[in-house]
Design a protein around this ligand. Structure first.
Ligand code: 3AM
Length: 183
């Protein structure tokens, strides 16, 4: 149905964190991250992929989030690089979350509850907090990159869950913020 949108819930990066991370991954003394880079404007930490959704489902999930999000704002710290599915056959390169990962897990649990209460199918896959930086096709062995890459020293203040629309199709993917629910 044309009125459906492809939605997901995520933590957004503020401009300072975005610029600091962009400068960090561009440092000439660090190894280049291979693959198709996710543009800094699209950086986020996914909490719950919702998929194609109607306007009614969108409204329901926002209403449920209003009920479920009882968290206080918190800080997260980042680690180095990781990959999906594993470093020897990497197809996604991501920045790890170090400090505050448990708070993100709690937030993802609340997003899952809100999604299911709004009628979305339960997510079967476990939640791994990560910030995707590049997609690699074909898969590469990135063990050395993961081992040697230093942690990103920035921190991020998490104070909202953002509902994004993912607009794909024209070669580039655009993530558009539709709404946000504050913590
Ligand atoms: O946070 P990242 O960029 O790793 O991989 C997709 C992206 O995650 C993921 O949702 C985020 C926004 O597009 N995604 C896409 N399709 C998905 C699916 N069917 C999915 N996650 C789970 N199931």
């Amino acid at each position: 149905m044309s009125s459906e949108r492809r939605l997901f819930l995520a933590v957004a990066l503020d401009d300072d964190s975005r610029h600091a991370l962009a400068a960090f991954v561009s440092r000439e003394d660090l190894p280049e991250i291979p693959g198709r880079r996710v543009p800094p404007g699209n950086w986020h930490i996914t909490l719950r992929f919702l998929g194609r959704s109607t306007q009614l489902q969108q409204e329901k999930v926002l209403a449920e989030l209003d009920q479920e999000l009882v968290h206080d704002p918190f800080l997260i710290g980042f680690g180095g690089l990781g990959t999906f599915p594993y470093p020897k056959k990497a197809t996604v390169v991501w920045l790890a979350v170090a400090a505050g990962g448990d708070d993100l897990v709690d937030l993802a649990v609340s997003c899952e509850r809100a999604a299911v209460a709004a009628g979305f199918d339960p997510e079967e896959r476990p939640f791994h907090p990560h910030l995707s930086l590049a997609r690699v096709r074909p898969a590469q062995n990135l063990t050395a990159l993961v081992d040697e890459y230093p942690p990103f020293p920035g921190r991020l203040h998490v104070d909202a869950v953002v509902l994004y629309e993912s607009i794909t199709g024209s070669g580039t993917t655009v993530y558009r913020e539709l709404d946000r629910v504050g913590l």
